[in-house]
Design a protein. Structure first.
Length: 69
């Protein structure tokens, strides 16, 4: 999925769905970090893309909070 498609998909979600997405990404990041620590990670770019996905979701969550306030 391209980044623009990912942004559009995230923008259409409700705050509760964004929170669920964030939790899933954080769990995935933890798993990837453990794989990297034990030399089992084969795709290093996946760690970077997950980290950026977390940033995107957190940005949308904070933007939504500012709009409500």
């Amino acid at each position: 999925m391209k980044t623009t498609e990912a942004k559009k998909a995230l923008a259409g979600k409700k705050p509760a769905e964004l929170q669920t997405e964030l939790e899933a990404l954080l769990k995935e990041q933890f798993g990837l970090r453990m794989q990297a620590a034990t030399q089992q990670l084969t795709n290093n770019a996946k760690l970077r893309s997950v980290r950026r996905g977390i940033a995107r979701v957190r940005t949308l969550i904070h933007q939504n909070r500012e709009v409500k306030a």
